[in-house]
Design a protein around this ligand. Structure first.
Ligand SMILES: Cc1cc2nc3c(=O)[nH]c(=O)nc-3n(C[C@H](O)[C@H](O)[C@H](O)COP(=O)(O)OP(=O)(O)OC[C@H]3O[C@@H](n4cnc5c(N)ncnc54)[C@H](O)[C@@H]3O)c2cc1C
Length: 353
């Protein structure tokens, strides 16, 4: 922060990238309601998977027809901007706990001053962890080549936002498929940067995702049904006994599923020959100059796990590329990707559609 060649502006909102022809030369931003322009040799958008495509579209980089319909003069036709949106949908499978060993007492107001004190002055106690300390990856069925479901275990039955706690000891599994084939989009609705874009996740819209969700709930129940849980497992609170058939399970997922807050892939990396690719292997936006995107929007497909570490990896690598460092050689590492031939047969999906 003390460097003379660095200025950090907080509380500033970037509204638009300024172009000279097809070369990005600066950004228009607002701070305290005042509009300003900053110029730079290179512009790097790090607004995340919702805001990077929004900024590009507001600046004239996106699908030409959509931009023209909104009265935006296209700088470059890139139909992939804002497309390919992917996320991890998740929900909780909750149980009552028969033994008084959950974090339930931490919700009682009379226990919270001590918890706060312990954390503030001793960095210990119930507030020194987020309690998602056990997790795992498993296959939804024996045919899947790679673990495709992720679990987090929480020793409490409560919503992710802290609301609706179970009135008593409980625990839950957070579960969801990791390799969705569902694709959504982010699209601006006007030229007003303050207007929220249309965000369409398209959850549960494919046979694959529906199949994986039914399996996710059944595998969760299977794990908790193991003898090791006998002394802890009480009544299933959610989905609950009323969700037994595939359709009942899917109705529950449609009602109760929540974003795991992993939106990504809306400025996907790819070859210029791929019309839907937005950035190249160096994170430069195709078709324009001096503009990169560096955030979770550049993933071509969502990662098979949480996003934060992969995003940091993209950022570290981008920093090396921007500095002109020699990069480590690429490794031919094995990885798993959902393939269309893994999709359930039409008759299998008919019951779920
Ligand atoms: C509640 C929550 C819990 C999560 N938990 C986990 C977890 O446990 N593990 C995990 O791996 N991942 C987790 N994630 C996901 C992870 O945080 C994100 O995937 C990751 O931060 C994405 O990084 P990013 O750089 O792409 O975007 P962001 O981290 O969203 O950064 C984008 C930044 O750009 C700024 N910005 C956007 N638009 C503008 C604009 N127009 N002008 C100026 N600034 C702008 C934003 O304010 C923000 O600071 C969680 C996310 C949320 C929301």
């Amino acid at each position: 922060m003390n460097r003379k060649n660095l200025t950090v502006l907080t509380g500033a909102t970037t509204d638009k990238i300024v172009f000279e022809g097809k070369t990005a030369i600066g950004v228009e931003y607002r701070k305290w309601g005042r509009k300003k322009t900053a110029y730079g040799a290179e512009i790097i958008s790090c607004g995340g998977a919702i805001n990077s495509p929004k900024l590009l579209q507001l600046s004239g980089v996106g699908d030409e027809n959509t931009l023209k319909n909104l009265g935006i003069k296209p700088v470059h036709h890139l139909p992939g901007v804002g497309e390919n949106l992917q996320d991890h949908l998740e929900l909780y499978v909750q149980y009552e706990c028969k033994e008084p060993v959950s974090m339930y007492p931490a919700l009682k107001y009379h226990n919270q001053p001590k918890i706060g004190f312990d954390w503030l002055f001793r960095r210990k106690g119930a507030a020194a962890t987020n309690h998602f300390e056990a997790g795992g990856f498993v296959r939804g069925n024996d045919e899947v080549a790679y673990p495709n479901l992720q679990f987090h275990f929480l020793p409490l039955a409560i919503r992710y936002d802290g609301s609706a706690p179970n009135k008593g000891h409980g625990f839950q599994l957070h579960v969801g498929p990791m390799n969705t084939d569902v694709r959504g989009h982010v699209k601006i609705r006007s030229t007003n940067p303050d207007e929220k874009p249309e965000i369409f996740f398209n959850y549960l819209s494919t046979p694959q995702e529906r199949k994986e969700w039914v399996e996710a709930i059944r595998v969760s129940r299977d794990i908790i049904a193991q003898p090791a849980f006998d002394h802890l497992r009480g009544k299933e609170l959610s989905p609950g006994s009323e969700a037994q058939t595939d359709q009942e399970i899917l109705d529950f997922v449609a009602r109760e599923g929540e974003s795991a807050y992993h939106p990504s892939c809306t400025c996907k990396m790819g070859l210029e020959s791929d019309e839907m690719a937005v950035v190249d292997e160096s994170l430069n936006v195709h078709g324009v100059k001096n503009l990169r995107v560096v955030d979770a929007s550049v993933f071509p497909a969502i990662t098979n796990g949480n996003l934060y570490a992969p995003t940091i990896m993209v950022a570290e690598k981008a920093a090396d590329m921007i500095m002109g460092h020699t990069l480590s050689p690429a490794k031919d590492a094995e990885y798993y990707r959902y393939l269309p031939e893994h999709a359930p047969a039409p008759e299998e999906d008919a019951a779920l559609a």
